[in-house]
Design a protein around this ligand. Sequence first.
Ligand code: HEM
Length: 508
Amino acid sequence: MCGGSGIIPIIAAVTTLWIGWRLWRFTISPLLNPDAPKPLPYLVPFFGHVRGMAANSAQVFSTGRKYFGNAREPWSLTIMGEDTYIITSPTDILAVYRETVKLDPDAIVKDVLADFGVSLTNVNKLFDRRGTPRHAMDHCHDLFKTQLHPGDHLEALQDIFLANIDALLNWDRIADPMVLASHGTTSRRVSLWKWCGNVLVDSATRAFSGNAIYRVAPNIVDDFFLFDDEAWKLPYRYPKFAARTMYDAKARCEAAFADFLALPKQERADASWIVGALEKVYEDLGIDEPTQRGPMLFSLHRVTNSNAYRLCFWSVAHLLHNPNLLEAIKSEMKPAMTRSADKSVDMSYLLDSCPRLASFYEEILRITNDPIGIRLVARKVTIGGKVLEPGRKVLMPYRQMHYDSAVFGKDVAKFDSDRFLNNHSVYRSSSWKPFGGGTMYCPGRFLAKREVYMFLALFLFRFDVKLAPASPGSKIKLPDLDETIPAGGILPPVPGGDVIVDVTPVSL
Ligand code: HEM
């Protein structure tokens, strides 16, 4: 009895101290900071606690433009207890890209590898220069480019990848888990989110790792989604109990890639060139523990998969909600479906002769993408007239630049599929950074476009797709983007948000 009554004041005291500390750290102390352009961002981390720690900083990033206003000079912000510099001006961002030594991109890659369970010893091996100007991780970045930039290796990968989409985006393959109901043999009600996800991640997994990955891990695609849905919690070091599904799925995926690499090489000869090239890097560094090689390969699998299916989802979702636009884009794409004798999709036509499609693609990227560049200040450096102190992170939330009406024209908050068609200069603007930039510039941007184009072409011409009627009392509406999570790429819909469609094959 005595013990019970004694614990209550202790809990009350700890709670008061915790609230007081957070008020001081995230609200009062930043308000006293002369660098602060406006107090509101500091209130977001404090009151945004409800959806979890990481959501706080996400709200600062994604609503950045609203709150940053016209703050153009670099400024400091306390995020998750870390003093961080926020850089929002395109000129300053280019200056950051040029400072490849003082503003270290490697530190962030090291963090990512550590999040994936790569040991400090092996991280050090990857970043050991051994007296040479470049370390093994620099070599890995080059390998990504060799595989993914235009050239023979991309051609080979792309042929397999696009053929996989062709094979999987078929009536016979519309099955669990994407089907919600079947109406006879010719109509199915389908979750668009799951349909796009399953076709694209399955196609990419087979293209990169070959079929052998499915022999060791038949559920690799399902596990990827269980991981990907909550993967944003990983860099925020969520405790295991608060993200158990994500951590369990991650462990299964890492084990899958470890088992895959343990197979004799001839049994996985259909894997992409990059897999063999990375395996050679691990061998040369003496990294042979399966528990290390698995997570390393899975970290690549993650980065190659997490954005394109979401971009596809939003592309199709916008078209289905806008019948006039759908017809215009379809009629522009049509020659690509009929020109070749074997009825294959003419990708060159889509890429070279469809300006409306190109503009639509960029606008979807603009509206749905929340990329963030990160660096660590390794040595004192001046950016935009402000001295940045070593040891602090630099964040570049690019999304706010994509909503700059001085660059992108009026009505930036609205979706305008002809925006890039009507204003070509936007493509070359330093404010346009959908794939990041500098040394980390996404090498997958060429493949991403081809994936989306291929998916759209087959989807629009192979099926008759209609939005399913809304349930009584609700209206059919495009789902909102979930801007409360720090996705670092294409945002998902809000939890529970989806587009439900009724599908019939066109040939029936
Ligand atoms: C819509 C699709 C995509 C978006 C929006 C996207 C975005 C990004 C962003 C923002 C970065 C980090 C840039 C930075 O830190 O400054 C990145 C890096 C990367 N992306 Fe993508 N990406 C997409 C598709 C792809 C695809 C399809 C692949 C591969 C097949 C890919 C492979 C990579 C790789 C390997 C990196 C790391 C580069 C390195 O460390 O050298 N991405 N991507």
